[in-house]
Design a protein around this ligand. Sequence first.
Ligand SMILES: NC(=O)c1ccc[n+]([C@@H]2O[C@H](COP(=O)([O-])OP(=O)(O)OC[C@H]3O[C@@H](n4cnc5c(N)ncnc54)[C@H](OP(=O)(O)O)[C@@H]3O)[C@@H](O)[C@H]2O)c1
Length: 332
Amino acid sequence: MYKASDDRYEKATIRRAGNSGLQLPGISFGMWHSFGDDANYAASREVILKAFDEGIFSFDLANNYGPGSGAAERMFGEVYKADLKPYRSELVITTKAGYHMWPGPYGEFSSRKTLMQALDISLERMNLDYVDIYYSHRFDPNTRLEETASALNDLVKSGKALYIGISNYDAAQTAEISRYFKEMHTPFVVNQVSYNMLNQSVKKDGLLDEMRNENNALISYGPLAEGLLTDKYLKGIPDNIKIHPTNDGIFANGKDTLVAKLNELNQIAQNRGQSLAQMSISWLLNDPTVASVVTGASKVNHLEDNIKALDKIDFTADELAEIQRIVGKSVK
Ligand SMILES: NC(=O)c1ccc[n+]([C@@H]2O[C@H](COP(=O)([O-])OP(=O)(O)OC[C@H]3O[C@@H](n4cnc5c(N)ncnc54)[C@H](OP(=O)(O)O)[C@@H]3O)[C@@H](O)[C@H]2O)c1
């Protein structure tokens, strides 16, 4: 029988989401596309439990994570039932609804009916009574934000979610839905968005400022830009690399230019005694508005590499300026 390591909280780096009561590990464990129907259960279980032993007590899911809709939730639910159930009160388990699940009007987006039904189905798949954060996974252009906010608020009242998050909402959408949440005293705490050294659109859009000014937090997903910000592609980027749509702009100046930038960034990382992956995660956590970085590592050695990022999240002003020069953005 699994027993969690006794020193897991000595290893953990814990951060507060804004000025809320929600505290998260600096790194959260993401289950987007490596824990689906084609994943090996034993290998998945091993990396999930390794994460928890290392002080990563937050597991990030969504109803559509797979491959195979619902598959990642089912996988997590199996590991939860077999191993993690005794630790339920320690875990921050999050899920989302909004992307396509089934045909028809209620299989996606953010109507009251979609969000409420989806959470019931997610809870059943994961063998849970409640989630710690329930997210509206994307802005719904055809549903009033007030309806989405009120559905999420009612889910908190029902006890099925403790905190509310939004994901992929821009600054203006976040400001509007925040107003409804405030009126209802909804425990809205985080916006989970694509953010990494190569994709800093959350700064241009004003979202980072919006979250900071409201004492809310940002959760960064895709911190390594599909592995580009690791040592995998320092010699070249293959033609068949799959990139998340939010990172599309990364290749704007061609792959050779990007490879040169990655090598320059890697040099800074080495000077800091870090791998490029570690520096990329540390760079995000250098900002206290970023409560947690959700990584998608599905291999134990990648997880171990990434965790070391938590040991060195301070940067000198020169390092920060140099990174911005390389990635081609002005210093904030
Ligand atoms: N809210 C949203 O709309 C949304 C969208 C996308 C993602 N997310 C969340 O964010 C999580 C992370 O997203 P992501 O998968 O794009 O994250 P990511 O961590 O930036 O990229 C994951 C990729 O990087 C590789 N990798 C990780 N650590 C590495 C290391 N140290 N060295 C070399 N390669 C490494 C992984 O390989 P291995 O798998 O082989 O370890 C995987 O191919 C998702 O699982 C999900 O929970 C949310």
